[in-house]
Design a protein around this ligand. Structure first.
Ligand SMILES: Nc1ncnc2c1ncn2[C@@H]1O[C@H](COP(=O)(O)OP(=O)(O)OP(=O)(O)O)[C@@H](O)[C@H]1O
Ligand SMILES: [Mg+2]
Length: 268
């Protein structure tokens, strides 16, 4: 690694522009993401989050501006960028017919790594998939698939990982499992850029949050900094009702293993 790469943020985006024909999606995006930690890119449907991720992962060319990942320019040094990253897309890219373990071994082989079996077993253990590892992925729940997908993207230990809406479509328990996996990754020093439309996801998980709106980053900061943008909270006495999520998790158990059968308001 060169001195430049160590000193540079994990991701540096300057003046990024992208249009699809007449549609100007990115209109000058500026963004720095420091090394390590979870950075959440928020935005409504169609704001351009996936477009940013595709440009950063060299799948799409920008019309103007520059983007550097791990110290490499996405346009000029695409191969180096690809070696520095992994990308987990909005839809899981696992092979249904293979078992979880076979999926992992396959990717490790494709990356020409030594001891693919050991790599697979370590990742299965890290993502609590050891028991499921010998089953076909077609029998997995959505949360298990997503965890396997993230596990696959970690093979080769890339310093930067992109997670495009990692929990869309998952139930609350599966989301928490994915959050734990992502948090652990960041705690090991990986830089995670995740996109999400779920504000609570960013609130739970992200060290820093940026909002993409009408083609630009309109705010960028820690959760505390973002909250300071609004007037100070008023003190009011309210009866605190549990949220639906609280109720759901209390009844089902938040690791999904110790749920209880309960009927609310019926004699069934
Ligand atoms: N290949 C394409 N051709 C034409 N328009 C596109 C193309 N890809 C994306 N768009 C449009 O660009 C805009 C931004 O899309 P993008 O997928 O980046 O948004 P997003 O923030 O990821 O949205 P979502 O939350 O729905 O995933 C949308 O209006 C989309 O319809
Ligand atoms: Mg998207």
């Amino acid at each position: 690694m060169t001195v430049d790469q160590i000193q540079e943020p994990a991701i540096r985006v300057q003046g990024l522009e992208k249009s699809y024909k007449e549609l100007r999606v990115l209109r000058g995006v500026d963004l720095d993401v420091a090394r390590g930690g979870v950075f959440a890119l928020l935005g409504s449907n169609g704001a351009g989050k996936t477009t940013v991720v595709k440009i950063l992962s060299t799948l799409l060319r920008a019309d103007a501006g520059t983007a550097r990942v791990n110290g490499f320019d996405v346009a000029e040094q695409a191969a180096d960028v690809r070696e520095s990253i992994s990308l987990t897309g909005q839809f899981a890219a696992v092979d249904e017919i293979l078992t979880g373990r076979e999926n992992l071994v396959l990717v490790a082989r494709l990356r020409h790594l030594e001891h693919p079996g050991k790599i697979a077993d370590d990742l299965l253990a890290r993502f609590s998939l050891t028991e499921a590892g010998t089953r076909r992925v077609s029998t997995y729940s959505g949360g298990m698939r997503r965890r396997l997908d993230i596990a696959m993207s970690l093979i080769g230990d890339p310093p930067v990982i992109f997670l495009d809406e990692p929990t869309t479509g998952l139930d609350p328990q599966a989301r928490i499992e994915v959050w734990q996996a992502v948090r652990e990754l960041a705690d090991r020093g990986t830089t995670v850029l995740l996109t999400t439309q779920y504000l609570d996801e960013a609130e739970h998980l992200a060290d820093r949050i940026a909002i993409l709106h009408q083609g630009r980053i309109i705010v960028n900061g820690t959760l505390a900094e973002l909250k300071r943008l609004l007037p100070p909270a008023k003190v009011e006495y309210v009866e605190k009702q549990p949220t639906l999520e609280d109720v759901f998790l209390a009844l089902v158990g938040d690791d999904g293993k110790n749920g209880h059968d309960r009927n609310v308001g019926t004699n069934a």
